[in-house]
Design a binder for this molecule. Structure first.
Ligand code: FAD
Ligand code: MLT
Ligand code: ZN
Length: 480
């Protein structure tokens, strides 16, 4: 086994899958829960969404209950078999696919919505539930999700929790460390850790569930989640503005926060190059013509007249004082969806262009766009495109660079320079996508050596044999 593009990685000293192992899994699971056909069944599970990393697993296990997850992990731990937990496989850092021949544990069959309570706003869900399906059910109960992302049609709530996914509503509802009230996780030795609290407030000792939020499948497998969901807004307004300079982008953000206050739910940036990518490659129509920058604003509230008046007045003011040059407000939900597509489908458009070097960083808001300019100057004509977009309201820039195909020359020009630059701003080298395989060597550009030391100690405590998602998050091997 060799890890493509990561030739320096060595397979850990794990057991190779044998007929005896397979026989055990077949004895505790039904035939459709055990996939072994290399060409038909396994290929999609071995390759990531970006088609940038590929594992060579020979087995996918699809448990249906927490107890089945427990039995599988107990056996894997005893037999020294490495496991890669997988949700919707939309992760962008190579964390969701095996590096070598780890057994894939796919949560897709655990997709039940167990309960939804409109009064408390609490939904209890199995980890494999696809986000969009959960949202549809919540809407029937006058509730909505505290998170939303472009991958909602495929990503699962367990994967979202495991990556502490951010997305386009974080500005309003905060991240999953706040919205997840409880969860069930199965530890590497098969033990079931029941932290499925539904209490909003609970200060009895350490809040262990937080360890699993953002742990990227390295500390346990999340099987159930209790989520605190806000009321479904009855009025959602979307505005799309064309802006001439980055200074005016910042001024638009400031005035939007000041004037929209509690109803502001998203503030997303799109630069000209990202806009050009979605409009030219995906043929999406834009109601606003070419500008260096665009801002997509969303408000969510409970009074359509009040919210529309606020957004319209803001648009008028921004046009009048010259902060923005052009702007539109969606007249209905169909138009709002098309405006959102200009932002949400950027990742897809970039992927269609060839190989994508993806950077997801937190930077101080005033320096938000500087990195894109710096990279453009540094890379000159090497890439096809160097663009920036992202969650402006949260200081989370998505810097993306594309080339026809993977080029180590280009990669070496980008990395580690990009991480060094972010570190000097005291930003984060992964704001929302996690570290997975691709960013693991750069953890210390954001976290102190002491923090990383204690993370490794925690990993060792929870998973002494290092069977859960090995090769991810930490540089080197855990024994180093
Ligand atoms: P996977 O990709 O399958 O897995 C991701 C990680 O979680 C892996 O390390 C895996 O081992 C682990 N994992 C999965 N399920 C479990 C489980 N039940 N228990 C333990 N570990 C588990 N991310 C954002 O944060 N914000 C965005 O706005 C955003 N937009 C995106 C848009 C597009 C078009 C795409 C393709 C991706 C986007 N992402 C975004 C990245 C990705 O969708 C998120 O990270 C998502 O949360 C991953 O969920 P998933 O179910 O696909 O998990
Ligand atoms: C987004 O915000 O669109 C996602 O995080 C995906 C990406 O970074 O391209
Ligand atoms: Zn994002």
């Amino acid at each position: 086994f060799t890890a493509v593009r990561y030739p320096y990685l060595k397979r850990g000293n794990y057991s190779f899958l044998s007929d005896r192992h397979l026989g055990f899994f077949q004895s505790i699971l039904s035939p459709h829960q055990v996939l072994t056909d290399e060409f038909n069944d396994l290929s999609g599970y071995n390759v990531d969404w970006m088609h940038s990393v590929r594992g060579s697993s020979r087995l996918v296990l699809r448990p249906k209950t927490t107890e089945e997850v427990g039995a599988i992990l107990q056996y894997c731990n005893a037999q020294n078999i490495a496991v890669c937990p997988q949700g919707g496989n939309t992760g962008l850092v190579g964390g969701s696919v095996p590096v070598f021949d780890e057994v894939i544990m796919s949560l897709g069959l655990m997709d039940a919505v167990i309960s939804v309570d409109e009064l408390s706003g609490i939904a209890i869900v199995q980890a494999g539930c696809v986000l969009e399906k959960l949202e549809t059910i919540l809407h029937l109960n006058n509730l909505t999700l505290p998170l939303d992302l472009g991958a909602k049609g495929s990503c699962q709530i367990g994967g979202n929790v495991a990556t502490n996914a951010g997305g386009i509503r974080l500005l309003r509802y905060g991240n999953l460390h706040g919205s997840v009230l409880g969860l069930t996780a199965v530890l590497a030795n098969g033990q079931i850790m029941d932290c499925l609290s539904t209490n909003k407030k609970d200060n009895t000792g350490y809040d262990l569930k937080q360890l699993f939020i953002g742990s990227e499948g390295t500390l346990g497998v999340v099987t159930q989640v209790a989520l605190h969901c806000p009321s479904k807004p009855t009025s959602v307004q979307v505005g799309f503005f064309g802006i001439n300079s980055f200074d005016n982008v910042l001024e638009t953000l400031r005035l939007s926060k000041q004037n929209l206050g509690e109803i502001l739910s998203s503030c997303e940036l799109i630069d000209a190059s990202s806009w050009n990518c979605v409009t030219s490659l995906l043929k999406l129509k834009s109601p606003v013509n070419y500008f260096p920058f665009y801002i997509l604003l969303e408000t969510s509230g409970s009074n359509a007249d009040h919210d529309a008046e606020k957004l319209n007045s803001l648009l008028e003011m921004l046009l009048k004082n010259g902060t923005i040059v052009d702007g539109t407000i969606a007249v209905d939900s169909t138009q709002a969806t098309s405006l959102w597509a200009l932002r949400e489908r950027i990742a897809e458009a970039l992927a269609s262009e060839g190989y994508v070097y993806k950077y997801d960083v937190s930077v101080p808001i005033r320096q938000f766009y500087q990195l894109v300019d710096v990279m453009r100057a540094r890379l000159e004509k090497l890439p096809i495109r160097c663009c920036g977009y992202g969650h402006l309201g949260d200081g989370n820039l998505h810097l993306n660079i594309t080339s026809q195909e993977y080029s180590s020359e280009l990669l070496n020009k980008i990395e580690p320079f990009v991480y060094d630059w972010v570190s000097r701003q005291r930003g984060s080298v992964s704001a929302e996508h996690g570290l997975g395989l691709k960013k693991r060597d750069y953890i210390e550009y954001t976290k102190s050596p002491t923090s990383v030391h204690w993370m490794r100690r925690m990993k060792k405590l929870f998973d002494p044999n290092n069977i859960l998602n090995p090769y991810k998050i930490f540089p080197g091997t855990l024994n180093e």
